[in-house]
Design a protein around this ligand. Structure first.
Ligand code: SAM
Length: 268
């Protein structure tokens, strides 16, 4: 990779979160642990110098990849010249239409595997979910502090509305820690690789829009309790549900489980 970066005089761009993985063990571990196989279509976001893309192409049926930086094209073309199951789209993933792009592929499983640009981690995950692509599994490298929020335990300081949003759809596990020294250039944070597997059984929510609004509003002001954050809601109904779990309106959102929020939202 270094050779190609020098050959094409590529300059890393901070604004695109360009920290490329240089550690081959970590790259192959990501692919092994993601359990990509010949029935899998992989969506990769952020190709970089195509190190992860190359390994993914060997293990998967097809790779559909998005890269915002066209200046990487000569490096990517050279790295992937013998790979005929990879399509790279040079565009901003956030403006892309993956639902349309995956239509031409035949596959049994759809995975997202990526070393994400950290400046847009949450919008990317939200897009993957909101586009309803039918993703079976997401394996992503994210900044450690962000990854800690994904599977934070109820009551901890990392637990927030994003935790609930993600755990509503996925079972989340940390796969490995990755030191900042595994990248060029080295970022000033450490990273984790997180796996999110689509839940087999979904929660019984009557109205998803209302559920997610309730969760967001409950966490709006971290220091405030539910009575204050949910002023515009039917507090009588909410109080009844809280009573059943031995709590009242002075509780803070971080003490409530997904199941508690499901019950509250279904009572509204
Ligand atoms: N996958 C490579 C690796 O593991 O070495 C590169 C990872 S690097 C952290 C993130 C990559 O995402 C960069 O190549 C960057 O140019 C690209 N990127 C940044 N913003 C993007 C966006 N909005 N859409 C698509 N790619 C983006």
């Amino acid at each position: 990779m270094k050779e190609l970066i020098n050959k094409y005089d590529f300059k890393f761009k901070k604004k695109f979160g360009q920290n490329f993985l240089k550690d081959n063990n970590i790259l192959s571990n990501i692919v092994t642990k993601s359990e990509v196989d010949k029935d899998t279509l992989v969506i990769e976001i952020g190709v970089g110098a195509a190190s992860l893309t190359t390994l993914l192409s060997v293990s998967s049926k097809n790779v559909l990849a998005y890269e915002i930086d066209k200046e990487l094209k000569p490096i990517i073309d050279e790295t992937l010249k013998d790979k005929n199951n990879v399509e790279v789209k040079y565009q901003d993933f956030l403006d892309s239409n993956p639902k349309e792009d995956i239509k031409k592929y035949n596959y049994k499983k759809l995975y997202v595997v990526a070393n994400l640009p950290y400046y847009i981690t949450t919008p990317i995950i939200e897009k993957i979910i909101n586009d309803k692509l039918g993703v079976d599994k997401i394996v992503i490298m994210v900044q450690k502090e962000v990854g800690d929020r994904f599977n934070a335990k109820v009551g901890s300081k990392e637990y927030n509305s994003l935790t609930i949003f993600l755990n509503y759809y996925f079972e989340i596990n940390k796969l490995m820690n990755v030191s900042r020294n595994s990248f060029i250039p080295a970022p000033n944070v450490d990273s984790v690789v997180v796996e999110m597997k689509k839940r087999n059984k979904s929660y019984n929510v009557n109205n998803e829009e209302l559920f997610f609004k309730l969760v967001r509003d409950s966490f709006q002001y971290k220091r405030k309790n539910l009575r204050n954050n949910l002023k515009n809601y039917n507090l009588e109904n909410i109080e009844k549900i809280l009573k059943k779990i031995g709590k009242d309106l002075t509780v803070r959102a971080e003490s409530l489980t997904i199941e508690d929020f499901v019950e509250i939202s279904n009572s509204l």
